[in-house]
Design a protein around this ligand. Structure first.
Ligand SMILES: [Zn+2]
Length: 281
């Protein structure tokens, strides 16, 4: 894949990370693995980090739902893509949302359905067309694994009700790259695993802006709040990870506030989008 799957422009540089070859788009800064796909569902089946991840994201889940409720003026219907066992949907249901999901790992689909959510197996791009539309569609750290990000977001936008909201949390690759560089210099002796992870698709602010603009979406992008603790089991000493993340989180959110969100240092980005509706005025 030589053309950027988001810009469709053939202007990129080759990089190597670990055993894999990557391409970095010089227009939108998307970094993608070439070829992008290897089946990652095996990881979620064998390790199943879902419960630890859900636990660490409780506060983030509540905050996102509060924001959506404020905008919509009440809870509505929510579709969570890659919903796992339904940890986010559980909280949404408690708050009065109608809860739907799509999840590729079959065992997780069963668990999510048994918790009272309406979850289909598979991925968005293979779902049959339906007339269902949603007030809120969410992607919690899922966009790095989809088949085609541009097509994925187009499909999600088509499933939104007129005033519906799209929420995506992604890794901020610009920061992950810095962590990787830093770790290569100073981290190898610390006994921690390299916390910088390279996914099939890696995004930064410019990439997300391009992705939304191409799909005619209005958007807002912020540095994300951090999960608490060490949900992905990266560090050996959880307390150190917790402390570092908290102080880094405080530091980065301060800089973001002061710069009017121009400098985003958080290793995650939280992005909100809604359909751009032609003005009639
Ligand atoms: Zn691009």
């Amino acid at each position: 894949m030589k053309t950027c799957p988001i810009c469709n422009v053939e202007s990129n540089e080759i990089e190597e990370h670990g055993e894999s070859l990557y391409r970095k788009c010089l227009i939108c800064n998307l970094l993608w693995r070439d070829p992008p796909h290897e089946d990652s569902t095996g990881y979620y089946e064998s390790v199943n980090p879902t419960y630890a991840i859900n636990q660490s994201k409780q506060e983030l889940y509540q905050a996102v739902l509060r924001k959506a409720e404020k905008y919509l003026s009440k809870p509505g219907s929510v579709l969570d893509i890659g919903c796992g066992v339904g940890g986010f949907l559980d909280i949404a249901k408690d708050r009065g949302w109608e809860t739907f999901g799509i999840e590729p790992v079959e065992q997780l689909v069963e668990i999510a359905n048994s918790r009272g959510h309406s979850v289909k197996s598979g991925v968005l791009s293979t779902q049959k067309k339906t007339s269902s539309r949603f007030d809120l569609i969410t992607y919690w750290d899922v966009l790095m694994l989809v088949e085609n990000p541009l097509d994925e977001i187009q499909r999600a936008a088509d499933l939104l009700l007129d005033d519906g909201l799209l929420f995506l949390r992604v890794r901020n690759h610009k920061v992950v790259r810095k962590i990787d560089e830093f770790w290569k210099i100073a981290g190898t002796q610390t006994g921690f695993k390299n916390p910088a992870v390279f996914h099939p698709f890696n995004y930064e602010t410019a990439t997300m802006k391009k992705l939304f603009a191409k799909n005619n979406l209005e958007f807002q992008i912020m540095g994300g709040a951090l999960t608490s603790g060490d949900a992905y089991g990266v560090g050996k000493k959880g307390k150190w990870v917790e402390y570092t993340k908290r102080s880094f989180g405080l530091f980065s959110s301060k800089v973001e506030q002061m710069s009017g969100n121009r400098y985003i240092f958080s290793p995650t980005l939280e992005t909100w989008a809604k359909r751009r509706i032609a003005s009639t005025g």
